[in-house]
Structures are given as structure tokens and as C-alpha cells.
Design a protein around this ligand. Structure first.
Ligand code: FAD
Length: 430
């Protein structure tokens, strides 16, 4: 019986959370003359006019809700195991995950405690957003996104615990805007997707640019299966398929590589694959992020049409190469010097590392320099085609906003100012 009531509590909790947030989002649209506010800063302005979000209730009141539980409730209404309805993971490695993800409210609250300890340490050390400031690709999962996605954790609770914690640790300092900016992005994408059933598509989507992407299912499959020949990209895609979760840094790298960076394949194809594997798969949030990364929306008329380098960016984010060795074990014996571009290793080195490029691991799917130049000129043609026309497009408010979205930390874990010199031209000045 306890199991039934716990499940019932969770379902009701989810309904309550969704309805309350939906109401808040509708108010934002209402306040903005019935239209979603097109830029993130306009969204912030309108949302702040509504005041702080209410605090979460300590316990939902159920007295008006009648949900009888019968002895055969589980048989009739219980949630079946995926296997009983013939659904098996696409990827057998999903049965053998390195990181373990468990759902449910108690797990979400346990994780929130751990997460708060991390945030507290960051505030004491003088920075916020530790998850972005020092991206940890290898540590135990600290992400709240799946819990937020499934209503195991209320967005309000997350928001307020972070704000209260900051006030406690730094009572004399005013709260930085960035404190919960990622949550605001989430709300922004939700609002932008309201009343737009084509939000996950290019055609018929009023905020998405029509870009003539290539259609190439063979190349798309190689990207999905982690066989592009770029270890940084392949390791991330392997982690996605095996574990259903990747860090924001990884999402950015593979999404840019697939679209405007190297392969010039539509963000819509990439989105479908993300939604297939991600444990935090979220229609509004993922579509919004894909549109931005591919320069299809939310970006000031394609002002950063260039891309992340799949070699240099990897080196910067995975300095010891441990991430690649973990998720791409075929390269585990490759010396660090060649780990990010194994095709450059002399044959003797490849033999010693038990990995011959072309036999045990693929050659690069494209030459990054050439491919990124081609993508940049294709994007320039798109820009040209829009000259003199009104672009049905949203623009970010300023560079700082773009920088925050892209998750480019000012400082990297080794300390020192980030020079962003592993990025291809175009966003290096962000
Ligand atoms: C191409 C692409 C696809 C993505 N698809 C999804 C998706 O399907 N579901 C999803 O929840 N997130 C998605 N994200 C956003 C982001 O990568 C994850 O929310 C984040 O990595 C989760 O880790 P965290 O909980 O530690 O985030 P934190 O940095 O701690 O942020 C706190 C919360 O804010 C929200 N958030 C964080 N970043 C963003 C963002 N850029 N946009 C909107 N909300 C954000 C999440 O709910 C997150 O849990 C995507 C990003 C990209 C670039």
C-alpha cells in the first residue's frame, strides 16, 4: 500500500509542479502582449516584472483530491517494465553503465544535498555555477536535469535552495545574475515553444532559419555510433548511447560538429538522436538548444557562424585524456600526444598502442579544417540570402549572454585566464 501512495504522491506532485509552472509561463506570455518574449533579456525583463517565483509548498495538500487505491491497482494501473512491453535498450552497453542514475524524489533530494555542497564550496571560493566554471566530465553525476524533467525535483525548490544558500554563505554580497541563469534558460525555452507545434522542426517553425542542410543518413549513423574518427566526438557519443547523459560541454561539441561545424547535417536529425538516448530528454529544452547551437535561432543573425575544433576543444576539456580512454577504450593505450588525433601517430606508435587507424579505429570522417571552412562559407551564403530582408530570427542580447549559453568558463581548472585558443575563429573572442 505504501508503494501505491508513494507513486500516487509522485504523480500528483508532478501534475502540481507542471500546472503551477505552466501558469507562470502563461503569465509571462500574457504580460508580453500575448507573444513569447523573443530575446532572453526581454524574457528576463518580463519575468522579473512578475516578481520572484513563489516558494515551493512544504507538502502538497491533497484533501480535495480523491484518488482511491484498490487492491488490484498495481495490476490494472501499475507502470509496466519496458521489457514486458517488448522495449529493450538500443544499445546493450546501457545495461552496464559506469554512472548510475536513479529516479524518484528521494534520490533527487539526496543528489540536491550533494550538489549544494559543491555550490557552497564554489561560493566560498568566490565563484558561482561550479558545473560550468570547472566542468567535471569524469566525476559522479551531479546533474539535476533528469530530476527536473520528470518532476522528481521542483524547479522552485532548486531555485530557492540555491538562492538561500548564497545568502547564507555571502550575506553581505548581492546575488549575481548568473546564480540560477541555467534555470532561466530552461524557462525561456519552455516559453518560446508555447503555441509552436513545429518547434522541433525547421519547416513551419516561425523562429527557425531555413538552412539548406545536407541529408546523409550514412554519416549521421557514424556520428550516432561514435565512428567519426575524432576521438573527442566519438567518446561523447559513446557516453550518450551508453549512459544517456553527457555534460553540457559535450552536448555542445557534438551538436556543433554535426551541424554548422563540420558535417552540415540538420539539427533536426541530431535532436531526434538526442531525444532517443538522453535520460533528461526534453522537447522544449533540447530543440531550443539545438536551434541555437546550429545557428538556426536565438542568435543575432549568425554572428558566430564558426565552430569548436573537435581536436583543440577536446584537449582543453579533457586535459589528461582520461575521458577519451574511458569512453573509447580502443584508444586506451594511445599516448596523450596523439590521443586527440590518432591518425597522426606513426605506425609504430599505433602498433604499440594496439590500435591501427583504418583497421581498429576509423580515419577522420572529414578534414576538420576543410569541412569547417566549407560550413563557414555555406553559412555566409545563408547570411547573404537574408541581407535586406527581415530575418524571422531571435537575437541574443549581448556577448555575455552568448558566452553563458555556450558555457565558456573565464577560467579553466588549472587556473589562469582562458584564452579560448583551441576554438576556431569566430567564437574565439567570446
Ligand atoms: C544540443 C543540446 C541539447 C540539450 N538537450 C537537453 C535536454 O534534452 N534536456 C535538458 O534538460 N537539457 C538539455 N540541454 C541543456 C544542458 O546541457 C543540460 O540541461 C545540462 O547539461 C544538465 O546538467 P546540470 O543539471 O548539471 O545543469 P546546470 O548547469 O546545473 O543547470 C541547472 C538546470 O538548468 C537547466 N539547464 C542547464 N543548461 C541549460 C540550457 N542550456 N538550456 C536550458 N536549460 C538548461 C537544466 O534543467 C539543469 O538541470 C541541452 C544542451 C545542448 C547544447
Amino acid at each position: 500500500m505504501r508503494k501505491f501512495s508513494q507513486r500516487r504522491h509522485l504523480v500528483i506532485n508532478r501534475i502540481l509542479v507542471l500546472n503551477i509552472e505552466k501558469e507562470h509561463r502563461s503569465k509571462i506570455i500574457e504580460k508580453n502582449d500575448g507573444q513569447p518574449p523573443l530575446t532572453y533579456s526581454l524574457f528576463n525583463l518580463v519575468a522579473s516584472a512578475l516578481g520572484d517565483p513563489p516558494r515551493p509548498v512544504s507538502y502538497p495538500v491533497f484533501h480535495n483530491i480523491d484518488l482511491p487505491v484498490y487492491p488490484d491497482h498495481e495490476k490494472k494501473f501499475g507502470i509496466p517494465k519496458p521489457q514486458t512491453v517488448g522495449v529493450f535498450p538500443d544499445c546493450k552497453e546501457q545495461n552496464n553503465r559506469i554512472n548510475e542514475w536513479k529516479g524518484g524524489e528521494s534520490k533527487a533530494l539526496d543528489l540536491l544535498e550533494k550538489r549544494l555542497a559543491l555550490e557552497k564550496k564554489a561560493y566560498e571560493d568566490g565563484y558561482v555555477l561550479p558545473n560550468q566554471y570547472i566542468p567535471d566530465l569524469l566525476g559522479e553525476p551531479m546533474s539535476m536535469s533528469a530530476h527536473l524533467r520528470f518532476g522528481c525535483l521542483s524547479v522552485r525548490r532548486f531555485h530557492w535552495t540555491i538562492h538561500d544558500l548564497f545568502e547564507k554563505v555571502k550575506p553581505k554580497e548581492s546575488k549575481p545574475d548568473a546564480l540560477t541563469c541555467q534555470l532561466i534558460w530552461r524557462e525561456y525555452f519552455y516559453v518560446m515553444s508555447a503555441n509552436n507545434i513545429n518547434y522541433d522542426k525547421m519547416e513551419g517553425n516561425p523562429i527557425c532559419l531555413n538552412i539548406p542542410w545536407y541529408k546523409n543518413d550514412e554519416i549521421l549513423k557514424k556520428w550516432e555510433m561514435g565512428q567519426t574518427g575524432y576521438p573527442w566526438i566519438d567518446a561523447i557519443m559513446n557516453q550518450l548511447r551508453h549512459e544517456g547523459w553527457i555534460h553540457h560541454v559535450g552536448r555542445h561539441a557534438v551538436a556543433c560538429f554535426l551541424t554548422r561545424g563540420d558535417l552540415w547535417i540538420s539539427w533536426v536529425d541530431g535532436l531526434k538522436i538526442f531525444l532517443k538516448y538522453l535520460i533528461d530528454a526534453d522537447w522544449s529544452v533540447s530543440s531550443g538548444n539545438w536551434m541555437w547551437v546550429s545557428s538556426s535561432a536565438f542568435e543575432k543573425v549568425l554572428q558566430c557562424p564558426k565552430c569548436f575544433c573537435p581536436v583543440g576543444y577536446g584537449r582543453r576539456m579533457d586535459r589528461t585524456g582520461e575521458y577519451i580512454r574511458r569512453y573509447l577504450p580502443v584508444l586506451k593505450d594511445m599516448p596523450l600526444r596523439y590521443l586527440f588525433e590518432p591518425w597522426k601517430a606513426p605506425l609504430a606508435v599505433q602498433q604499440k598502442a594496439h590500435c591501427i587507424v583504418g583497421k581498429d579505429y576509423p580515419h577522420p570522417i572529414v578534414n576538420h579544417k576543410e569541412a569547417s571552412n566549407e560550413c563557414a562559407s555555406a553559412m555566409n551564403k545563408v547570411i547573404e540570402s537574408f541581407k535586406g530582408k527581415e530575418v524571422p530570427h531571435c537575437a541574443p542580447s549581448d556577448d555575455l549572454e552568448v558566452r553563458r549559453f555556450v558555457c565558456l568558463p573565464d577560467f579553466v581548472s588549472t587556473g589562469g585566464k582562458c584564452t579560448a585558443n583551441q576554438l576556431c575563429p569566430g567564437i574565439e573572442n567570446l
